[in-house]
Design a binder for this molecule. Structure first.
Ligand code: NAP
Length: 257
């Protein structure tokens, strides 16, 4: 565990610490049994990242908000973490975490939830609106539904057999075809791929996508997605096609929002 932090530290070696920002997370489900599991997990991350602070520290899953959130306060005071985000938290849990931090003069500054054309539960639950109103950055993950919304995969070209994502998505690929075809067509007029259009949609909704790029040219696609302005009609059409697919892609680790 933590290998990505070790690899990242190697890639960043030689750069000035002010030239980049780091985020990492505390996962309550794998907390140790010491006196301060949050501080312990952060210390291990800082060690692997070869730094003495992280810019954004996530509470990954909402196991017990009232128990874990207060442990962040001394770390914020010491400057070990600069900002706090919460992931997979519902509205009530976001508000509770914010209240606990607020009593010490800090606040929740970022939310990270699953958000894609196929999975808009954070919007329906009012979390997007809450973030807009409270100046909280909403980071959307699985915007491409692990590849199922890129147009690369379809009934004739399913996700790699035996993979976890194949088990989740291959059965529903036929129902996504109309949506991915339309995204591809919208992208063609703008020199973008279906994946670029799915990403542009997430940006148009006011979110900051976290995309799991696996190839260097995916990064170019992301940069292009920033320049795509979808019209209100296109957004409504894509959302209608997504609703018509009638699929539930909630991850096993996620609660109802
Ligand atoms: N907080 C949480 O609980 C949580 C849970 C899940 C994920 N996340 C975060 O979200 C990130 C993204 O999640 P994810 O990687 O599972 O899903 P994703 O971003 O929806 O999909 C990633 C897949 O899409 C394809 N892809 C990426 N960029 C592309 C592009 N420009 N053009 C075409 N295909 C592209 C790649 O597939 P191929 O390799 O097949 O081309 C890649 O494996 C993760 O790295 C993680 O940081 C957070």
């Amino acid at each position: 565990m933590g290998r990505s932090e070790t690899v990242l530290a190697r890639a960043l070696a030689g750069l000035d610490r002010g030239e980049y920002r780091l985020s990492t997370k505390f996962t309550p489900q794998i907390a140790g049994d010491g006196d301060d599991p949050v501080a312990d997990m952060l210390a291990q991350s800082l060690d692997r990242l070869n730094t003495d602070y992280v810019d954004l520290f996530w509470i990954h899953n909402p196991a017990d908000v009232a128990r874990w959130t207060p442990s962040l306060i001394p770390l914020l005071r010491k400057g070990r973490i600069r900002h706090v985000g919460v992931s997979n938290h519902n509205m009530e849990q976001i508000v509770l975490a914010d209240r606990i931090l607020g009593e010490a003069g800090f606040r929740v500054e970022a939310v990270q939830n699953h958000f894609s054309l196929l999975y808009r539960n954070s919007e329906r639950a009012g979390i997007l609106e809450y973030c807009r109103e409270h100046d909280v950055r909403f980071f959307s993950y699985m915007v491409l539904e692990q590849g199922a919304l890129t147009g690369r995969y379809g009934p004739a070209n399913p996700l790699p057999e035996g993979s976890d994502r194949a088990a989740v998505y291959n059965g529903i690929l036929p129902r996504l075809q109309a949506l991915t075809d339309r995204m591809r067509a919208i992208g063609e007029n703008r020199g973008a791929s279906a994946a670029g259009v799915a990403t542009a949609w997430a940006i148009a909704k006011g979110t900051t996508p976290i995309i799991g790029v696996t190839k260097a040219d995916h990064v170019d696609g992301l940069v292009r997605a920033r320049g795509i302005d979808l019209t209100d009609e296109e957004i409504a059409e894509l959302e209608a096609l997504a609703d018509a697919a009638n699929v539930d892609t909630r991850g096993w680790w996620e609660q109802e929002m």
